[in-house]
Design a protein around this ligand. Sequence first.
Ligand SMILES: NC(=O)c1ccc[n+]([C@@H]2O[C@H](COP(=O)([O-])OP(=O)(O)OC[C@H]3O[C@@H](n4cnc5c(N)ncnc54)[C@H](O)[C@@H]3O)[C@@H](O)[C@H]2O)c1
Length: 277
Amino acid sequence: MTELTGKVAIVTGGSAGIGLGIAAGLVREGARVVIADIDEVAGKQALAALGENASFWHTDVADQQQLRDLVDHVASTHSRLDIMINNAGIGGANHPRLLDDDLSDFHQVMGIDLLGVMAGTREAARVMKDNGGGSVVNISSIGGMNASSGNWAYHVAKSSVIMFTKCAAIDLGEHNIRVNAIAPGNIETDILGRNQGAGVPDEKRAEFTRSIREFIISRQPLKLQGKVEDIAQAVLFFVTDRSRYVTGTLMPVDAGLSAGTPRSAGGIEGLRKQAQG
Ligand SMILES: NC(=O)c1ccc[n+]([C@@H]2O[C@H](COP(=O)([O-])OP(=O)(O)OC[C@H]3O[C@@H](n4cnc5c(N)ncnc54)[C@H](O)[C@@H]3O)[C@@H](O)[C@H]2O)c1
């Protein structure tokens, strides 16, 4: 199946993790993909795996001018832009308690996770409106839906991505540009260990990350570890005509975590069992 033959896509943060998985999915379906990332070394490695339909353009998504240069480059090289995946993101500092947080990561997290998405959408729409429309997919997070204590700036940025997605969808619909968001759950990339592992000794980091993943899975209705391919599949729905009637939506891809906690995780059912003896 090559549903995207002739289409041109940008994937921000495409050098690694979820972005790389999305880029691979788009290339597999026939699209030409430009990876826009700050990590040039990983980006070049990614190109070796993706083949001749992928290229790299150094971009810091927190810098609006760099996003403009990226889109200008794509428009002049490929003469069109059909798909924009605003995926680049960072977790920021993890202060579990608000009283301990100096919020010093606020501007960096907002710049990448929110402004990068807003400006990326705007710049892409500039070109898409002249080639008959397009599809923008913004990568939010389960952290944009579910509150928790810690990663304060991240939660706020990711929930704002969901609201921005709706606002952009109603504004850009007249140009046949669809804008949707995905909220990944627990996906197997390096971000979790980096984010939650601050202060944990290097030799214990892998084990610590594994135990967090086990904890999250115990609270998921589906007992599965999420893979980058799970997000790539959701993206493929949003960027093909399969979703031509869909805009302004959020799709959680999280094994049901945002729907609620299953009985197997304990809760009142566990307490009842204990009380029954
Ligand atoms: N992995 C998960 O479980 C998970 C869950 C929910 C949401 N997400 C979101 O998915 C997206 C991708 O996460 P990931 O797990 O693949 O992370 P990752 O750290 O594995 O990859 C992130 C990529 O973004 C790039 N990047 C970072 N800052 C950038 C910048 N300023 N400009 C351009 N590129 C930049 C990095 O170089 C890297 O290639 C993020 O927005 C993240 O918040 C991930």
